[in-house]
Design a protein around this ligand. Structure first.
Ligand code: HEM
Length: 417
Protein backbone atom coordinates (compact mmCIF):
# COMPACT_ATOMS: atom_id res chain seq x y z
CA UNK A 1 0.00 0.00 0.00
CA UNK A 2 1.38 3.42 -0.88
CA UNK A 3 1.49 6.09 1.81
CA UNK A 4 -0.91 9.03 1.57
CA UNK A 5 0.81 12.15 0.26
CA UNK A 6 0.30 15.66 1.68
CA UNK A 7 -2.01 16.39 -1.28
CA UNK A 8 -4.06 13.26 -0.53
CA UNK A 9 -4.38 14.33 3.10
CA UNK A 10 -5.47 17.82 2.05
CA UNK A 11 -8.04 16.33 -0.34
CA UNK A 12 -9.34 14.09 2.46
CA UNK A 13 -9.47 17.03 4.90
CA UNK A 14 -11.34 19.14 2.33
CA UNK A 15 -13.79 16.30 1.64
CA UNK A 16 -14.46 15.84 5.37
CA UNK A 17 -14.92 19.58 5.86
CA UNK A 18 -17.33 19.87 2.94
CA UNK A 19 -19.41 16.85 3.88
CA UNK A 20 -18.99 16.99 7.62
CA UNK A 21 -22.67 16.52 8.48
CA UNK A 22 -22.96 13.44 6.26
CA UNK A 23 -19.80 11.96 7.77
CA UNK A 24 -21.11 12.63 11.29
CA UNK A 25 -24.54 11.17 10.45
CA UNK A 26 -22.92 7.98 9.12
CA UNK A 27 -20.76 7.69 12.25
CA UNK A 28 -23.67 8.34 14.63
CA UNK A 29 -25.65 5.59 12.95
CA UNK A 30 -22.89 3.03 12.49
CA UNK A 31 -19.86 3.50 14.78
CA UNK A 32 -20.88 6.36 17.08
CA UNK A 33 -17.77 5.94 19.21
CA UNK A 34 -14.84 5.22 16.98
CA UNK A 35 -11.26 4.50 17.94
CA UNK A 36 -8.37 4.16 15.49
CA UNK A 37 -4.65 4.87 15.70
CA UNK A 38 -4.03 7.69 18.12
CA UNK A 39 -7.55 9.08 17.77
CA UNK A 40 -11.00 8.44 19.24
CA UNK A 41 -14.14 10.10 17.86
CA UNK A 42 -17.33 10.58 19.87
CA UNK A 43 -20.41 11.68 17.94
CA UNK A 44 -23.70 11.11 19.79
CA UNK A 45 -25.24 13.78 22.02
CA UNK A 46 -25.27 11.70 25.23
CA UNK A 47 -21.71 10.43 24.71
CA UNK A 48 -20.34 13.89 23.91
CA UNK A 49 -21.86 15.05 27.20
CA UNK A 50 -20.46 12.04 29.05
CA UNK A 51 -16.93 12.84 27.87
CA UNK A 52 -17.22 16.54 28.71
CA UNK A 53 -18.74 15.66 32.10
CA UNK A 54 -15.54 13.78 32.98
CA UNK A 55 -12.78 16.41 32.98
CA UNK A 56 -10.72 14.24 35.35
CA UNK A 57 -10.35 11.63 32.59
CA UNK A 58 -10.70 13.64 29.39
CA UNK A 59 -8.24 16.48 29.82
CA UNK A 60 -7.78 19.67 27.88
CA UNK A 61 -4.49 19.87 26.01
CA UNK A 62 -4.17 23.60 25.46
CA UNK A 63 -1.27 24.16 27.93
CA UNK A 64 1.45 23.67 25.30
CA UNK A 65 0.15 26.54 23.20
CA UNK A 66 -1.10 28.71 26.08
CA UNK A 67 1.40 28.57 28.95
CA UNK A 68 4.33 30.22 27.16
CA UNK A 69 2.10 32.83 25.58
CA UNK A 70 -0.54 34.09 28.03
CA UNK A 71 0.62 32.08 31.08
CA UNK A 72 -1.26 29.33 32.93
CA UNK A 73 -4.91 29.86 32.02
CA UNK A 74 -8.18 28.28 33.20
CA UNK A 75 -8.89 26.69 29.82
CA UNK A 76 -5.56 24.84 29.96
CA UNK A 77 -6.25 23.38 33.43
CA UNK A 78 -8.86 20.86 34.58
CA UNK A 79 -10.15 20.49 38.13
CA UNK A 80 -7.45 22.68 39.60
CA UNK A 81 -7.41 25.47 42.14
CA UNK A 82 -6.24 27.77 39.33
CA UNK A 83 -9.20 26.94 37.12
CA UNK A 84 -11.84 27.22 39.82
CA UNK A 85 -10.40 30.32 41.53
CA UNK A 86 -9.77 32.24 38.31
CA UNK A 87 -13.14 31.38 36.81
CA UNK A 88 -14.89 32.34 40.06
CA UNK A 89 -13.08 35.67 40.33
CA UNK A 90 -13.58 36.51 36.66
CA UNK A 91 -17.27 35.64 36.84
CA UNK A 92 -17.68 37.87 39.88
CA UNK A 93 -16.39 40.92 37.99
CA UNK A 94 -18.00 40.12 34.61
CA UNK A 95 -21.37 40.84 36.15
CA UNK A 96 -24.73 39.92 34.76
CA UNK A 97 -25.87 43.39 35.80
CA UNK A 98 -23.46 44.77 33.13
CA UNK A 99 -25.39 43.08 30.34
CA UNK A 100 -27.75 45.93 29.54
CA UNK A 101 -24.80 48.31 29.29
CA UNK A 102 -22.92 45.80 27.10
CA UNK A 103 -25.95 45.44 24.84
CA UNK A 104 -26.21 49.20 24.35
CA UNK A 105 -22.46 49.53 23.74
CA UNK A 106 -22.51 46.76 21.14
CA UNK A 107 -25.55 48.31 19.48
CA UNK A 108 -23.90 51.72 19.30
CA UNK A 109 -20.57 50.35 18.04
CA UNK A 110 -22.32 48.20 15.41
CA UNK A 111 -24.47 51.05 14.14
CA UNK A 112 -21.50 53.42 14.00
CA UNK A 113 -19.31 51.03 12.08
CA UNK A 114 -22.04 50.05 9.61
CA UNK A 115 -22.88 53.69 8.94
CA UNK A 116 -19.46 53.99 7.27
CA UNK A 117 -20.58 51.79 4.35
CA UNK A 118 -19.38 52.91 0.93
CA UNK A 119 -20.86 52.09 -2.48
CA UNK A 120 -23.67 50.08 -0.91
CA UNK A 121 -21.29 47.19 -0.18
CA UNK A 122 -19.99 46.22 3.23
CA UNK A 123 -17.34 43.68 4.12
CA UNK A 124 -18.83 42.54 7.41
CA UNK A 125 -15.75 40.87 8.91
CA UNK A 126 -13.37 43.84 9.12
CA UNK A 127 -16.12 46.41 9.45
CA UNK A 128 -18.37 44.73 12.01
CA UNK A 129 -17.87 41.19 13.28
CA UNK A 130 -14.19 41.62 14.25
CA UNK A 131 -14.31 45.33 14.91
CA UNK A 132 -17.07 45.33 17.56
CA UNK A 133 -15.79 42.52 19.84
CA UNK A 134 -12.26 43.96 19.52
CA UNK A 135 -13.56 47.32 20.70
CA UNK A 136 -15.48 45.66 23.54
CA UNK A 137 -12.27 43.93 24.64
CA UNK A 138 -10.67 47.35 24.95
CA UNK A 139 -13.58 49.27 26.49
CA UNK A 140 -15.28 46.71 28.73
CA UNK A 141 -12.38 44.43 29.64
CA UNK A 142 -9.77 47.22 29.65
CA UNK A 143 -7.18 45.57 27.38
CA UNK A 144 -6.38 48.77 25.51
CA UNK A 145 -3.81 48.53 22.72
CA UNK A 146 -1.80 51.33 21.14
CA UNK A 147 -3.61 50.69 17.87
CA UNK A 148 -6.70 48.62 16.91
CA UNK A 149 -4.48 46.65 14.52
CA UNK A 150 -2.52 45.28 17.52
CA UNK A 151 -5.66 43.88 19.14
CA UNK A 152 -6.67 42.10 15.92
CA UNK A 153 -3.18 40.73 15.36
CA UNK A 154 -2.91 39.42 18.96
CA UNK A 155 -6.35 37.86 18.77
CA UNK A 156 -5.71 36.13 15.47
CA UNK A 157 -2.24 34.88 16.39
CA UNK A 158 -3.28 33.42 19.74
CA UNK A 159 -6.53 31.84 18.49
CA UNK A 160 -4.82 30.31 15.48
CA UNK A 161 -2.15 28.53 17.47
CA UNK A 162 -4.26 27.57 20.48
CA UNK A 163 -7.29 26.17 18.66
CA UNK A 164 -6.38 25.40 15.05
CA UNK A 165 -2.68 24.51 14.89
CA UNK A 166 -3.00 21.09 16.54
CA UNK A 167 -4.01 19.47 13.24
CA UNK A 168 -1.38 21.21 11.08
CA UNK A 169 0.79 18.59 9.37
CA UNK A 170 3.42 20.93 7.92
CA UNK A 171 6.01 21.31 10.71
CA UNK A 172 7.43 24.60 9.39
CA UNK A 173 3.99 26.18 9.15
CA UNK A 174 3.08 24.86 12.58
CA UNK A 175 6.22 26.38 14.10
CA UNK A 176 5.59 29.72 12.39
CA UNK A 177 2.03 29.91 13.77
CA UNK A 178 3.30 29.02 17.25
CA UNK A 179 6.00 31.71 17.04
CA UNK A 180 3.39 34.37 16.19
CA UNK A 181 1.36 33.29 19.22
CA UNK A 182 4.40 33.57 21.52
CA UNK A 183 5.24 37.01 20.11
CA UNK A 184 1.64 38.18 20.60
CA UNK A 185 1.67 36.89 24.20
CA UNK A 186 4.95 38.71 24.94
CA UNK A 187 3.62 41.97 23.45
CA UNK A 188 0.40 41.73 25.47
CA UNK A 189 2.29 40.89 28.68
CA UNK A 190 4.50 43.95 28.18
CA UNK A 191 1.59 46.21 27.36
CA UNK A 192 -0.38 45.10 30.44
CA UNK A 193 2.44 45.17 32.97
CA UNK A 194 4.34 48.24 31.70
CA UNK A 195 1.46 50.49 30.63
CA UNK A 196 -2.07 49.37 31.50
CA UNK A 197 -1.58 48.29 35.13
CA UNK A 198 0.48 51.38 36.14
CA UNK A 199 -2.00 53.69 34.35
CA UNK A 200 -4.91 52.01 35.99
CA UNK A 201 -3.36 52.16 39.47
CA UNK A 202 -2.74 55.86 38.96
CA UNK A 203 -6.35 56.41 37.90
CA UNK A 204 -7.60 54.53 40.97
CA UNK A 205 -5.32 56.58 43.27
CA UNK A 206 -6.56 59.80 41.64
CA UNK A 207 -10.15 58.72 42.32
CA UNK A 208 -11.08 58.65 38.63
CA UNK A 209 -14.45 56.97 37.98
CA UNK A 210 -12.93 54.42 35.60
CA UNK A 211 -14.78 51.11 35.41
CA UNK A 212 -13.66 48.15 33.35
CA UNK A 213 -12.70 44.58 34.22
CA UNK A 214 -9.00 45.42 34.68
CA UNK A 215 -9.85 48.29 37.06
CA UNK A 216 -12.29 46.14 39.01
CA UNK A 217 -9.65 43.42 39.46
CA UNK A 218 -6.99 45.91 40.58
CA UNK A 219 -9.35 47.60 43.04
CA UNK A 220 -10.04 44.29 44.83
CA UNK A 221 -6.51 43.95 46.33
CA UNK A 222 -6.54 40.22 46.95
CA UNK A 223 -5.08 38.86 50.17
CA UNK A 224 -1.87 36.81 49.60
CA UNK A 225 -3.79 33.70 50.65
CA UNK A 226 -5.90 33.94 47.48
CA UNK A 227 -2.76 33.81 45.33
CA UNK A 228 -4.21 36.05 42.62
CA UNK A 229 -1.50 38.58 41.84
CA UNK A 230 -1.01 40.88 38.86
CA UNK A 231 0.34 38.04 36.71
CA UNK A 232 -3.00 36.24 37.21
CA UNK A 233 -4.82 39.43 36.29
CA UNK A 234 -2.72 39.76 33.12
CA UNK A 235 -3.33 36.15 32.07
CA UNK A 236 -7.07 36.40 32.58
CA UNK A 237 -7.28 39.69 30.74
CA UNK A 238 -5.44 38.16 27.78
CA UNK A 239 -7.79 35.18 28.02
CA UNK A 240 -10.76 37.42 27.37
CA UNK A 241 -9.12 38.60 24.15
CA UNK A 242 -8.25 35.04 23.11
CA UNK A 243 -11.76 33.78 23.89
CA UNK A 244 -13.88 36.65 22.74
CA UNK A 245 -12.93 38.13 19.37
CA UNK A 246 -12.43 35.54 16.60
CA UNK A 247 -15.13 33.34 18.17
CA UNK A 248 -17.69 36.13 18.10
CA UNK A 249 -16.66 37.23 14.62
CA UNK A 250 -17.02 33.72 13.19
CA UNK A 251 -20.31 33.16 15.02
CA UNK A 252 -21.82 36.40 13.70
CA UNK A 253 -20.68 35.89 10.09
CA UNK A 254 -21.75 32.24 10.05
CA UNK A 255 -25.13 32.96 11.67
CA UNK A 256 -25.87 35.61 9.05
CA UNK A 257 -24.75 33.33 6.21
CA UNK A 258 -27.12 30.62 7.41
CA UNK A 259 -29.99 33.09 7.79
CA UNK A 260 -29.46 34.47 4.29
CA UNK A 261 -29.96 30.91 2.97
CA UNK A 262 -33.32 30.48 4.77
CA UNK A 263 -36.10 32.87 3.74
CA UNK A 264 -38.51 32.14 6.61
CA UNK A 265 -36.09 32.39 9.53
CA UNK A 266 -34.55 35.43 7.80
CA UNK A 267 -37.96 37.10 7.60
CA UNK A 268 -38.62 36.32 11.30
CA UNK A 269 -35.25 37.75 12.30
CA UNK A 270 -35.74 40.85 10.12
CA UNK A 271 -39.14 41.51 11.60
CA UNK A 272 -37.66 41.56 15.10
CA UNK A 273 -34.63 43.61 14.00
CA UNK A 274 -36.79 46.26 12.35
CA UNK A 275 -39.50 46.39 15.02
CA UNK A 276 -39.68 49.54 17.13
CA UNK A 277 -40.85 47.29 19.95
CA UNK A 278 -37.37 46.08 20.97
CA UNK A 279 -38.86 44.11 23.87
CA UNK A 280 -37.06 41.57 26.03
CA UNK A 281 -39.14 38.75 24.56
CA UNK A 282 -38.25 39.84 21.00
CA UNK A 283 -34.60 39.88 21.95
CA UNK A 284 -34.88 36.40 23.45
CA UNK A 285 -36.51 35.17 20.23
CA UNK A 286 -33.75 36.71 18.12
CA UNK A 287 -31.17 34.87 20.23
CA UNK A 288 -33.08 31.61 19.67
CA UNK A 289 -33.08 32.26 15.90
CA UNK A 290 -29.34 33.02 15.92
CA UNK A 291 -28.26 29.97 17.89
CA UNK A 292 -30.47 27.73 15.74
CA UNK A 293 -28.98 29.23 12.55
CA UNK A 294 -25.49 28.66 13.94
CA UNK A 295 -26.36 25.00 14.65
CA UNK A 296 -26.19 24.48 10.86
CA UNK A 297 -22.62 25.82 10.77
CA UNK A 298 -21.08 26.06 14.27
CA UNK A 299 -17.77 27.86 14.57
CA UNK A 300 -15.96 24.59 15.38
CA UNK A 301 -17.10 21.03 14.64
CA UNK A 302 -15.58 19.68 17.84
CA UNK A 303 -13.46 20.24 20.93
CA UNK A 304 -10.38 18.16 21.61
CA UNK A 305 -9.52 16.27 24.80
CA UNK A 306 -6.77 13.79 25.72
CA UNK A 307 -7.72 10.62 27.59
CA UNK A 308 -5.81 10.42 30.89
CA UNK A 309 -6.87 6.91 31.95
CA UNK A 310 -8.67 4.06 30.18
CA UNK A 311 -12.41 4.78 30.08
CA UNK A 312 -15.45 3.03 28.60
CA UNK A 313 -17.80 5.52 26.95
CA UNK A 314 -21.51 4.53 26.87
CA UNK A 315 -20.86 1.62 29.21
CA UNK A 316 -23.66 -0.97 29.27
CA UNK A 317 -24.80 -0.20 25.71
CA UNK A 318 -24.06 -1.85 22.38
CA UNK A 319 -22.11 1.23 21.27
CA UNK A 320 -19.76 1.16 24.30
CA UNK A 321 -16.14 1.84 23.41
CA UNK A 322 -13.01 1.63 25.54
CA UNK A 323 -10.88 4.70 25.02
CA UNK A 324 -7.28 4.05 25.94
CA UNK A 325 -5.09 6.40 27.95
CA UNK A 326 -3.19 8.79 25.69
CA UNK A 327 -5.72 8.91 22.85
CA UNK A 328 -6.64 12.26 21.36
CA UNK A 329 -10.44 12.44 21.60
CA UNK A 330 -12.44 14.42 19.04
CA UNK A 331 -15.56 15.40 20.95
CA UNK A 332 -17.93 16.25 18.11
CA UNK A 333 -20.26 18.92 19.46
CA UNK A 334 -21.51 19.75 15.94
CA UNK A 335 -22.61 16.14 15.55
CA UNK A 336 -24.23 16.12 19.02
CA UNK A 337 -26.33 19.13 18.00
CA UNK A 338 -27.65 17.12 15.01
CA UNK A 339 -28.38 13.89 16.89
CA UNK A 340 -31.97 12.83 16.19
CA UNK A 341 -32.01 10.62 19.28
CA UNK A 342 -32.03 13.80 21.34
CA UNK A 343 -33.25 16.56 19.01
CA UNK A 344 -36.66 16.47 17.42
CA UNK A 345 -36.35 16.80 13.61
CA UNK A 346 -32.69 17.82 13.75
CA UNK A 347 -32.60 18.93 10.10
CA UNK A 348 -35.49 21.35 10.62
CA UNK A 349 -35.04 24.97 11.65
CA UNK A 350 -36.81 25.24 15.03
CA UNK A 351 -36.59 28.02 17.57
CA UNK A 352 -38.30 26.15 20.40
CA UNK A 353 -35.44 23.80 21.21
CA UNK A 354 -34.34 23.74 24.85
CA UNK A 355 -31.10 25.51 25.83
CA UNK A 356 -29.33 22.26 26.67
CA UNK A 357 -29.44 21.12 23.03
CA UNK A 358 -26.92 23.79 22.09
CA UNK A 359 -23.17 23.43 22.63
CA UNK A 360 -21.89 26.48 20.76
CA UNK A 361 -20.41 27.79 24.00
CA UNK A 362 -18.97 24.47 25.11
CA UNK A 363 -20.34 22.23 27.81
CA UNK A 364 -19.35 21.15 31.33
CA UNK A 365 -16.21 22.15 33.20
CA UNK A 366 -14.92 24.50 30.47
CA UNK A 367 -18.25 26.05 29.50
CA UNK A 368 -17.48 29.48 28.05
CA UNK A 369 -16.63 32.20 30.58
CA UNK A 370 -18.17 34.83 28.32
CA UNK A 371 -21.37 32.89 27.55
CA UNK A 372 -23.67 35.58 28.95
CA UNK A 373 -21.86 38.28 26.93
CA UNK A 374 -22.03 36.22 23.74
CA UNK A 375 -25.74 35.74 24.15
CA UNK A 376 -26.15 39.51 24.10
CA UNK A 377 -23.46 40.41 21.56
CA UNK A 378 -24.28 37.91 18.82
CA UNK A 379 -27.96 38.90 18.34
CA UNK A 380 -27.03 42.59 18.47
CA UNK A 381 -24.50 42.17 15.64
CA UNK A 382 -27.05 40.24 13.58
CA UNK A 383 -29.75 42.81 14.35
CA UNK A 384 -27.56 45.67 13.16
CA UNK A 385 -27.04 44.01 9.76
CA UNK A 386 -30.69 43.07 9.30
CA UNK A 387 -31.76 46.67 9.97
CA UNK A 388 -29.84 47.83 6.88
CA UNK A 389 -31.57 48.46 3.55
CA UNK A 390 -32.21 45.09 1.86
CA UNK A 391 -28.96 43.36 2.92
CA UNK A 392 -27.98 40.27 0.93
CA UNK A 393 -24.69 38.39 0.52
CA UNK A 394 -22.47 38.97 -2.51
CA UNK A 395 -20.92 35.51 -2.13
CA UNK A 396 -19.93 32.97 0.50
CA UNK A 397 -17.82 33.70 3.57
CA UNK A 398 -14.18 33.90 2.48
CA UNK A 399 -11.72 32.26 4.88
CA UNK A 400 -8.73 32.97 2.58
CA UNK A 401 -7.47 29.40 3.19
CA UNK A 402 -7.15 30.07 6.91
CA UNK A 403 -9.22 29.06 9.93
CA UNK A 404 -11.25 32.28 10.32
CA UNK A 405 -13.77 34.22 8.24
CA UNK A 406 -11.74 37.06 6.68
CA UNK A 407 -14.36 38.58 4.38
CA UNK A 408 -18.12 38.41 4.10
CA UNK A 409 -19.46 41.00 1.69
CA UNK A 410 -23.04 42.09 1.57
CA UNK A 411 -24.86 44.37 -0.86
CA UNK A 412 -27.43 46.95 0.19
CA UNK A 413 -30.20 48.75 -1.64
CA UNK A 414 -31.94 47.66 -4.84
CA UNK A 415 -28.97 47.26 -7.20
CA UNK A 416 -27.50 43.98 -8.47
CA UNK A 417 -25.70 41.86 -5.84
C1 HEM B 1 -19.92 33.61 20.16
C2 HEM B 1 -18.82 33.77 20.89
C3 HEM B 1 -18.13 32.65 21.63
C4 HEM B 1 -18.08 31.31 21.34
C5 HEM B 1 -18.73 30.57 20.18
C6 HEM B 1 -17.27 30.69 22.40
C7 HEM B 1 -17.02 29.33 22.50
C8 HEM B 1 -16.38 28.73 23.55
C9 HEM B 1 -16.21 27.30 23.70
C10 HEM B 1 -16.71 26.23 22.72
C11 HEM B 1 -15.52 27.08 24.84
C12 HEM B 1 -15.11 25.71 25.42
C13 HEM B 1 -13.81 25.21 24.82
C14 HEM B 1 -13.52 23.80 25.26
O1 HEM B 1 -14.30 23.17 25.99
O2 HEM B 1 -12.45 23.27 24.86
C15 HEM B 1 -15.25 28.37 25.44
C16 HEM B 1 -14.55 28.56 26.61
C17 HEM B 1 -14.15 29.81 27.02
N1 HEM B 1 -14.53 31.03 26.50
FE1 HEM B 1 -15.80 31.35 24.96
N2 HEM B 1 -16.85 31.66 23.25
C18 HEM B 1 -17.34 32.87 22.83
C19 HEM B 1 -17.16 34.09 23.43
C20 HEM B 1 -16.37 34.32 24.51
C21 HEM B 1 -16.17 35.61 25.13
C22 HEM B 1 -16.85 36.93 24.73
C23 HEM B 1 -15.26 35.43 26.10
C24 HEM B 1 -14.74 36.52 26.97
C25 HEM B 1 -14.53 36.41 28.22
C26 HEM B 1 -14.91 34.01 26.14
C27 HEM B 1 -14.01 33.41 27.01
C28 HEM B 1 -13.88 32.04 27.19
C29 HEM B 1 -13.04 31.44 28.21
C30 HEM B 1 -12.14 32.16 29.17
C31 HEM B 1 -13.23 30.05 28.12
C32 HEM B 1 -12.59 28.97 28.99
C33 HEM B 1 -13.48 28.66 30.17
C34 HEM B 1 -12.93 27.57 31.06
O3 HEM B 1 -11.87 27.01 30.80
O4 HEM B 1 -13.55 27.25 32.08
N3 HEM B 1 -15.61 33.38 25.15
N4 HEM B 1 -15.79 29.35 24.63
Amino acid sequence: MTEATGTDQNKLANFLRKHVDIVFAVLRNTVPNLSFGEIAVVTRYSDVKEVLDNPGVFRVSYAEAMDDSVGPFMLARDLTELNERDKGIMRSVMKRSDLEDIRLRVRRLAEESLSRAEHNQIDLVPQLTRHVPAQLTQDYFGLRAESPADILRWSRATQHDMFHNGFEKDEARKAAVHALNLAAGAEMQARISDVLIPDCRQAIAAGEPRDDILTRLLRIEFNDAVDFDTSRIATNLMGTLVGGIETTSAAAAQTLAQLFKRPRPLAMAKEIALSANDSESDRAELLRICREALRFDPINPLVVRVCDSDFVVAKGTLRRRRIRKGKKVLVCTRSAMRDGRQLELPSAFATDRPDHHYMHLGYGHHRCLGDHISNVQLPELVRAVLRLDNPRPVGEIDKASGPFPEHYRIQLGRGEA
